[in-house]
Design a protein around this ligand. Structure first.
Ligand SMILES: NC(=O)c1ccc[n+]([C@@H]2O[C@H](COP(=O)([O-])OP(=O)(O)OC[C@H]3O[C@@H](n4cnc5c(N)ncnc54)[C@H](O)[C@@H]3O)[C@@H](O)[C@H]2O)c1
Length: 398
């Protein structure tokens, strides 16, 4: 009996000991949990650095939808509007846009990214819509012309429908391509254009023309507030390596020692507007101003300074310090011979002035493409735009 008592006493003290140890372990566990939790929080708050964002009062803060906001122009517009303190929703199907262009905003309380095709209806609540969704470079919009038409027509109808339902103002990113291969020089907003409706560029040119028509039909019939910016050639950082337009082509060719391919041989003049993100991106700044201005009719946004394509190629060659040769290629069908915006209206209404010196804009863009090339295997990247989709055996338009 005595033995049993001793055993019981020992096991009793053991139980207390076990309980004590268990309590200590629990306390240590909770302490460690909180320690790591706060450590994580600290690390997260230091590692998540967003660009500086202004604080806007409830009254001034707008809920803004940017379609095509992960693209080249759209992502710079996203930066501007986010930094101005608005709530921005980017809608993109990532056809030519990239998440990388807006990744620095992911997780920010004012930012949302939606993977959505504007050809499908969208139901969200917004105060303003910047409608940019559309492939913009010829190789991209010619790749799938039917999709380009759908994006510019059905997509624009959907966005105008949304604007009507929620009472939002819509700004359409239109283009100088609505003037086609112009017979008037320079082109002012009154000029109706000269477009081949069945040519290879028609899916984009006519698509944008119909998109403009739709905007003004919704304005007249339904009272939707619309703004139309006719954007001329723009370049800068975040352009896609496969963009296929002259600036990115020349820079990539020069950086890699490839021949600079000049297409226009007869009238080698085209417009260029330089666009760069450091000084608030000219185009973006004025696009945003256009949204707020009181005049709904279209406005040209572009650079009236003319440069021959050849001189332009030589300038890029010298800035890159490249040994590339210049190679002439035959003209592409329906390529505009000459383009120059008449910007008197923009100057009067928006105080627009394309003030960034061309070389400065080009240097920034060259730096951007050099960095992009570093991400490629062997620092080599030959732009290879996809060939236009065409079913075999079908009649081809020649
Ligand atoms: N960059 C220029 O020189 C220029 C000149 C004139 C007009 N614009 C217009 O400005 C806008 C933006 O041009 P960009 O140069 O940034 O082109 P971009 O190709 O870089 O951007 C277009 C964006 O729209 C998205 N998109 C395309 N189809 C879509 C769809 N069906 N649904 C949702 N998203 C879709 C793409 O993924 C991309 O992110 C376009 O509307 C273009 O027509 C641009």
């Amino acid at each position: 009996r005595r033995m049993k008592r001793v055993i019981w006493m020992i096991s009793g003290s053991n139980r207390r000991m076990v309980k004590l140890l268990f309590a200590l372990a629990l306390i240590a566990y909770i302490a460690l949990f909180f320690f790591f939790f706060f450590l994580n929080l600290l690390f997260y708050s230091f590692s998540q650095k967003y660009p500086p964002v202004k604080f806007l009062s409830e009254k001034d803060r707008k809920r803004i939808l940017i379609t095509g906001g992960a693209g080249f122009v759209g992502s710079h517009l996203t930066d501007k509007l986010m930094m101005d303190g608005h709530e921005v929703t980017v809608v993109d199907n990532f056809f030519t846009g990239r998440k990388r262009n807006v990744e620095h905003w992911l997780g920010h309380e004012n930012f949302e990214l939606i993977n959505h095709d504007v050809v499908e209806p969208l139901y969200i609540e917004v105060d303003q819509i910047y409608h940019l969704a559309s492939p913009a470079s010829p190789p991209n919009y010619m790749y799938n012309p039917i999709k380009t038409i759908k994006t510019n027509t059905i997509g624009t109808l959907n966005m105008l429908g949304l604007a009507k339902r929620v009472g939002a103002r819509l700004l359409l990113a239109s283009t100088s391509e609505v003037y086609g291969d112009p017979e008037v020089h320079p082109q002012n907003e009154e000029y109706w254009g000269h477009v081949n409706p069945i040519g290879p560029r028609a899916c984009y040119d006519e698509g944008k023309r119909v998109a403009e028509t739709m905007c003004y039909a919704y304005m007249k019939q339904e009272g939707v507030e619309v703004r139309v910016a006719r954007i001329f050639n723009t370049f800068g950082s975040r352009m896609h390596m496969n963009d296929g337009r002259v600036v990115s082509n020349f820079i990539l060719q020069a950086l890699q020692g490839e021949p600079l391919t000049v297409r226009a041989t007869n009238h080698p003049l085209q417009d260029f507007i330089f666009f760069f993100p450091i000084v608030c991106t000219l185009l973006v700044k004025y696009t945003a101003l256009k949204m707020y201005c009181n005049i709904s009719s279209p406005v040209n946004l572009g650079n009236p300074e003319e440069h021959t394509i050849l001189k332009f190629a030589q300038l890029i060659k010298s800035l890159v310090v490249s040994r590339s040769q210049i190679q002439f290629l035959p003209e592409a069908q329906d390529d505009p011979q000459r383009r120059k915006p008449d910007i008197r209206k923009a100057k009067m209404m928006l105080a627009w002035e394309p003030v960034v010196p061309l070389e400065e804009g080009l240097k920034k863009t060259i730096q951007y493409f050099s960095r992009e090339l570093e991400h490629q295997a062997n620092n080599q990247y030959i732009p290879k735009p996809k060939a236009a989709r065409m079913k075999k055996g079908r009649t081809r338009h020649i």
